[in-house]
Design a binder for this molecule. Structure first.
Ligand code: ADP
Ligand code: TYD
Length: 207
């Protein structure tokens, strides 16, 4: 059986990932390919703990947070109920809202990148990402969108952090551009334009 496609979405908070994940799923489903959408932090036990940390309900140091994100990812890959590795092997395409690059970009602001990469080496080994869509918006636009949508800001939703995270993303993309399939889209274009650009790229990967 042919393995499903693994597509990940990345970008700073408020960049439009979940909007585009939903639109891409509908487009893939219309081609009669099985498609499953998921996200990180997950809605599993470690992801739920992470959401308490992100909301400020639980305080934790940045290295412990990085380790939890890596543990949540391994559980996301391997768990018996909704593990993505199994789904991919059974031919279902999986679209994931945030994945490895989120840990590399967000956690390397306060912890060394090679340490974060080591934590995630098993996830890198277990599942190959076929395509990463990076939705790029300015931190100013992100902060405006977040303010419009939510009463409270999560741990990393400050202008300074988002500026640093966006820089990290751009450095990582530059580093990986020859070896990974990364599509960069302008997240300040219209929802439809972004969705069309993503589809133009992803549809070539489906048979
Ligand atoms: P994320 O999942 O990256 O946090 P969302 O998809 O939830 O982003 O979008 C954040 C907010 O921005 C939502 O209110 C959404 O409707 C809006 N939004 C998404 N894409 C665009 C766009 N291209 N232009 C303007 N607003 C957008
Ligand atoms: P998410 O709910 O996707 O936020 P948004 O919809 O606003 O983009 O992610 C929650 C937060 O978790 C976000 O600030 C990014 C952070 N995060 C990390 O720091 N490392 C990671 O590995 C992941 C998956 C997320």
């Amino acid at each position: 059986m042919k393995r499903g496609l693994f597509i990940t979405f990345e970008g700073i908070d408020g960049s439009g990932k979940s909007t585009q994940v939903g639109l891409l799923k509908s487009k893939i489903c219309k081609t009669n390919h099985a498609c499953y959408t998921t996200l990180e932090p997950t809605d599993g036990p470690i992801g739920s703990l992470l959401r308490l940390v992100l909301s400020g309900r639980i305080k934790m140091d940045e290295r412990s947070i990085a380790a939890l994100f890596a543990a949540d990812r391994l559980d996301h890959i391997n768990n018996d109920i909704s593990g993505i590795r199994d789904k991919l092997l059974k031919g279902t395409s999986v679209i994931c809202d945030r994945y490895l690059l989120s840990s590399y970009a967000y956690q390397s602001v306060r912890t060394p990148l090679d340490w974060v990469m080591n934590l995630n080496s098993e996830a890198e080994r277990l599942v190959n990402v076929d395509c990463t869509v990076f939705i790029d918006i300015s931190p100013d636009v992100a902060i405006k969108r977040i303010a419009l949508n939510r009463g409270n800001r999560d741990l990393f939703e400050t202008k300074d952090r988002l500026v640093a995270v966006r820089e990290k993303y751009l450095e990582l993309i530059d580093m990986y551009k020859s070896e990974r399939n990364i599509l960069i889209v302008d997240g300040e274009a219209s929802v439809e334009e972004i969705s069309d650009t993503i589809w133009e790229h992803v549809s070539t990967l489906l048979d």
